[in-house]
Design a protein around this ligand. Structure first.
Ligand SMILES: Nc1ncnc2c1ncn2[C@@H]1O[C@H](COP(=O)(O)OP(=O)(O)OP(=O)(O)O)[C@@H](O)[C@H]1O
Ligand SMILES: [Mg+2]
Length: 359
């Protein structure tokens, strides 16, 4: 009994140690010690073996399942976090896409307009003259005249200066507005009125969108009494930059109002209507922001030209371009074409030909 018991202990010890060692070293050690004790004390070798192996297998299985579950649970939680992050990212990206899409459309439009003609830029957004401006212009109080031609050096500025001096002398309250950053009209009139000329583009205030029209009207430069009854809104170098920035902001939709009517809003406001009978605008030889505002706020446009065939042809071209802007100011009329200077190939025939072409 003792010998066979010893033999069984020895035999079982070998394979049990081997079998359990690879499952779990610690469990193997404990089981081996327990087995030795049970066999030697009770002699219940096979039953103890079966119970021990069952307990060991269950314990190892439980232990393995527990560990695996923890690993899987951990991975699952991580996966859920990742999914939440992705969902959040997707939501944010969808929201941003919704915001970006209209900007993208307007940028594409802007790109097309920039690569097209200058006129197209100003027709990028739909236009409708505000009814208040239309009805104020219809009353002709004050009369607003733009002197304009896209050809340079044809006498626009000289015409405005002379008309202002003439009507001022006749007792009309005249406002001359310089919208050309070259500031020629400002220099010409201020020199005539002995006012120190400094670069002071007050025209910026007219297009800035400031709604305090009474304050804007008070910013005029009075040329009285040297130039009787004449006020001036001056222009200068920085006006150019201001105009470009304003146009770009409007094109990309950063301005909430229609910047094409800013001058019109000011000139048809009560403070200006109460102060003037005649407003003369000197426009630049470009379709700048100022020029577009001048066209949108005038009842008539006057076109000076040099009296030669080429200049007269340019008048026709200018008028057909102006017609593109008719929806902006449907009531705008052509007051006529003024011959200011004679062409280099002077003479009566050239003059006659020019008038015919311009007609
Ligand atoms: N009727 C005229 N008689 C003689 N000289 C004139 C007449 N009109 C204009 N000039 C002269 O022609 C030149 C150009 O005139 P002005 O500056 O008025 O043209 P403009 O069309 O306003 O030019 P820009 O396109 O550069 O604004 C000036 O030297 C001016 O003195
Ligand atoms: Mg000029």
């Amino acid at each position: 009994m003792y010998v066979s018991g010893l033999f069984r202990v020895g035999f079982r010890s070998v394979w049990l140690w081997t079998a359990t060692a690879y499952l779990c070293n610690l469990h193997g050690v404990l089981y081996g010690i327990g087995e030795l004790f049970v066999v030697s004390v009770t002699g219940l070798g096979p039953i103890a073996d079966a119970a021990g192996i069952f307990a060991l297998g269950t314990g190892a299985g439980f232990f393995t399942r527990h560990i695996l579950r923890r690993i899987i649970d951990g991975d699952l939680i991580e996966c859920q976090w990742k999914r939440q992050e992705l969902d959040d990212g997707l939501k944010a990206a969808t929201g941003e896409l919704g915001e970006i899409r209209p900007q993208l459309i307007s940028l594409n439009k802007l790109r097309d307009a920039l690569t097209g003609e200058e006129d197209e830029l100003w027709r990028l957004h739909a236009v409708e003259m505000p009814p208040a401006i239309a009805s104020a212009l219809a009353q002709n109080l004050p009369k607003i005249v733009t002197v304009m031609h896209l050809k340079g050096g044809v006498g626009k500025t000289t015409t405005v200066a002379n008309l202002a001096a003439h009507f001022g002398k006749k007792g009309k309250r005249v406002l001359a507005i310089d919208l050309d950053y070259q500031g020629s009209l400002s220099r010409m009139l201020m020199l005539a009125a002995n006012i120190r000329n400094k670069d002071d583009p007050r025209a910026i205030n007219l297009l800035s969108g400031d709604q305090d029209f009474a304050a804007l009207q008070r910013q005029v430069i009075s040329l009285h009494p040297t130039l009787e009854n004449v006020d001036l809104i001056s222009c200068g170098q920085t006006f150019d930059r201001f105009e470009n920035r304003l146009m770009l902001r409007w094109l990309i939709g950063d301005e909430t109002d229609d910047v094409r009517y800013r001058l019109a809003s000011a000139l048809t406001s009560q403070p200006f209507r109460d102060s003037y009978d005649l407003i003369l605008i000197d426009a630049p030889p470009r379709l700048s922001t100022g020029a577009i505002n001048a066209l949108a706020s005038s009842q008539v446009v006057l076109i000076p030209t040099v009296l030669d065939r080429l200049s007269a042809e340019a008048v026709g071209n200018f008028i057909s371009r102006l017609n593109h802007f008719r929806p902006m100011n449907p009531a705008l009329q052509y007051a006529g074409v003024i011959g200011t200077l004679r062409g280099q190939i002077g003479g009566a025939d050239v003059k006659e030909g020019a008038f015919e072409i311009a007609q």
